[in-house]
Ligand binder design. Structure first.
Ligand code: HAM
Length: 499
C-alpha cells in the first residue's frame, strides 16, 4: 500500500453567475427619416408614365440625356445658387467627406449640368446643347404635402443659346408634357431683368420695403439687404399685403430685357399657351436672369386646396456658366418639375393608371416533373415576349388559381403530370372558367391569338431604360376629368392670383 500522500486537489470555487441585466429599453425598429419617402410598387405606374412621357417628348425635341453624380463639391451650389438663398443657407445637405472635402448632396440639377457642360468642353459641340435628366435631389426643408427632403425632378436645360424662342420652347414642352399626363397647368411668367437693370430695381425695392420695415416678418427683415427679390414671394400675410403695392420689375427693365420678354410672350401667344403675368415670380435661386416662370396646376373646388405648390419652375440663367468658369458668355435656360408633385396632381384629378404588375398569363403546375418543366416553359414564353408569372412553390391548383385571379390575368396555363406525358397544356380562360387542351408546341401562337395583341417584345421600343414595361402602360386608361379651368386666353394678360 502506498504511503504517498495524494496531491491536494484544489476545488474551484464557482463564482456566482450574474445574469446579464435585461435592458429595459425597447428595441426601436429603424424608421424612415423625416421628410423621406418610400416609393412603393403601387406608385410605380405613375412614375413610369411620367418618365416615359418625358423621354418621348424630350427626345422628339432633340434633347439628350445626361446623368450627373448625386454628390458634388459644396462650393458648386454655393457659387451658383447663391450663399444667401434658403436652399444653400438652410436646406443643403453638406458635410466633410472622409478625404476632408466639403461635399453636398445635390439640391438641384442646373448647377451640376452647367459644371458638366464646362468640364466636358460641350461648347465645342453644335450649339445649343439640349440636355435632360431625372433623379433624386435633397433639401432639408420643412416637410409637408408635396414637399420632401428627398424628392425627384425631371429637368431640361438648353445651354448655348440666348434667343427668346428657347424660353418659349421650354415652356411649351412643360405645358404639353403636363397635358399628356392629363394635367392642366397654368404658367406664371415674369422677367427679373439682368445685371444691367436689376441693381437699380433692387434699390427701388429696398427703399419701398425699408419704409415699411417694422411690419415685415423677421425673415424678410434679413432678406432686405441679402435677398431682396424674395421679399416679393414671402408667404406671410402681412408681408404679402406690403408686397402687393411694391414697385414691379416690368417697369424697370432695360430695353434688351423688355424686348426679350415681349418676344417670349408673343411666341406663347403664337403657340396658344395660356399664361399669367406674375410679378411675384422671382425664383429662389440666384442664377436667374430675364425670363422666370412657374407652372401651377389648374384645378377646381376642393382640388384647388391642393394646388398651392408649383408643379415646376425654371428660367433663363445667362450669367451662370461664366460664373462657373466658362471663358466666354454662354446663355442658357431650363426648367424642372417635381415628380412627386405631378403624381399628387394626377391623383387629385382621379387619373387612374393600370398597375404595371398585371402579367399576360399565369402558369400553374402540379407535381414535381411539371414544376421542373414549368421553369423552362416560363423562360420560353418570356423570351417570346409574354409577361408570364407563376408561383412554382404553391402545391394545390386551387391556391394557384386564387393567385392568378387576384393578379387579374385573363388566362392561366395549367401543366400537370398527364399533360406532360401527352405533350399538351391546359389554357384556362379566367373570365368564363372554360378550359381547352392545346399542343404545348403551339402555346406561343395560341396565347398571342387569345391575348389579341402582339407580344410585348414586338412593340416598338422607346429609346431608354423604361421601354418594355412602360410600353405596356395603357395610355387610354389615363382618364382626365373634364375641367373648365379659368384660364387667361392667349393675348389677354392679367395680373396674377395664383401664389
Ligand atoms: P425649383 O423651383 O427649386 O427649381 O424646383 C423645381 C420644382 O421641383 C418645383 O417647382 C417643385 O415641383 C419641385 N420641388 C422643389 N423642392 C421640392 C421639395 N422639397 N419636395 C418636392 N418637390 C420639390 C429648380 O430646382 C431649378 N434647378 C429649375 C431650373 C432648371 N431652372 C433652370 N433650369
Amino acid at each position: 500500500m502506498s504511503t504517498k500522500k495524494k496531491p491536494a486537489v484544489t476545488k474551484k470555487v464557482e463564482s456566482p453567475v450574474v445574469a446579464p441585466k435585461k435592458s429595459r429599453r425597447k428595441y426601436e425598429p429603424p424608421q424612415l427619416l423625416k421628410g423621406m419617402k418610400d416609393i412603393l410598387p403601387e406608385e410605380q405606374s405613375y412614375r413610369m408614365a411620367i418618365l416615359r412621357k418625358l423621354e418621348d417628348i424630350a427626345i422628339s425635341y432633340g434633347y439628350q440625356r445626361i446623368d450627373t453624380p448625386i454628390l458634388e463639391q459644396a462650393s458648386l451650389f454655393q457659387r451658383s445658387i447663391g450663399e444667401h438663398t434658403d436652399v444653400v443657407e438652410k436646406e443643403m445637405y453638406n458635410f466633410e467627406d472622409k478625404s476632408g472635402d466639403q461635399v453636398a448632396l445635390r439640391p438641384e440639377f442646373t448647377a451640376s449640368i452647367a459644371r458638366a457642360y464646362i468640364e466636358h468642353g460641350m461648347q465645342n459641340r453644335t450649339q445649343p446643347v439640349k440636355l435632360y435628366t431625372v433623379g433624386p435631389l435633397f433639401r432639408h426643408d420643412r416637410p409637408q404635402a408635396g414637399r420632401y427632403r428627398q424628392f425627384w425632378q425631371l429637368d431640361l436645360e438648353v445651354i448655348g443659346e440666348g434667343q427668346p424662342v428657347i424660353d418659349a420652347e421650354l415652356i411649351s414642352i412643360g405645358y404639353f408634357l403636363f397635358k399628356d399626363l392629363g394635367l392642366d397647368a397654368m404658367v406664371n411668367i415674369n422677367s427679373i431683368g439682368d445685371e444691367q437693370c436689376r441693381p437699380q430695381y433692387i434699390q427701388h425695392l429696398q427703399e419701398y420695403f425699408r419704409a415699411r420695415r417694422k411690419n415685415l416678418c423677421d425673415n424678410c427683415k434679413l432678406r432686405l439687404s441679402k435677398n431682396t427679390l424674395r421679399l416679393l414671394d414671402c408667404k406671410e400675410p402681412a408681408c404679402q399685403e406690403i408686397a402687393q403695392d411694391a414697385p414691379q420689375i416690368i417697369d424697370h427693365l432695360c430695353a434688351p430685357c423688355r424686348d426679350h420678354f415681349v418676344k417670349v410672350l408673343e411666341l406663347l401667344d403664337e403657340t396658344q399657351i395660356p399664361y399669367t403675368l406674375n410679378p411675384k415670380i422671382v425664383r429662389g435661386l440666384d442664377y436667374y436672369s430675364r425670363t422666370a416662370w412657374e407652372f401651377f396646376p389648374v384645378m377646381q373646388g376642393e382640388e384647388q386646396m391642393q394646388s398651392q405648390a408649383a408643379l415646376a419652375g425654371g428660367g433663363r440663367y445667362d450669367a451662370l456658366l461664366q460664373k462657373l468658369g466658362a471663358t466666354q458668355p454662354v446663355p442658357a435656360s431650363g426648367f424642372a418639375a417635381g415628380i412627386e408633385r405631378l403624381i399628387l396632381a394626377m391623383k387629385a384629378k382621379n387619373i387612374m393608371l393600370p398597375s404595371l404588375y398585371v402579367p399576360d398569363v399565369y402558369l400553374a403546375q402540379l407535381g414535381a416533373s411539371a414544376q421542373k418543366r414549368s421553369l423552362r416553359l416560363m423562360e420560353q414564353l418570356r423570351q417570346a415576349g409574354f409577361k408570364v408569372w407563376g408561383n412554382l412553390v404553391k402545391e394545390s391548383l386551387s391556391a394557384q388559381l386564387k393567385v392568378a385571379n387576384k393578379l387579374g390575368v385573363s388566362f392561366t396555363l395549367i401543366l400537370g403530370q398527364k399533360e406532360l406525358l401527352d405533350g399538351t397544356i391546359i389554357v384556362r380562360d379566367m373570365d368564363s372558367n372554360s378550359q381547352e387542351i392545346v399542343d404545348i408546341k403551339k402555346i406561343e401562337k395560341e396565347l398571342a391569338k387569345r391575348l389579341e395583341k402582339a407580344p410585348v417584345s414586338s412593340i416598338p421600343k422607346t429609346v431608354g431604360a423604361y421601354d418594355a414595361i412602360a410600353a405596356n402602360i395603357d395610355e387610354t386608361a389615363i382618364i382626365p376629368e373634364v375641367v373648365t379651368p379659368e384660364i387667361v386666353q392667349p393675348g389677354q394678360k392679367t395680373l396674377p392670383i395664383v401664389e
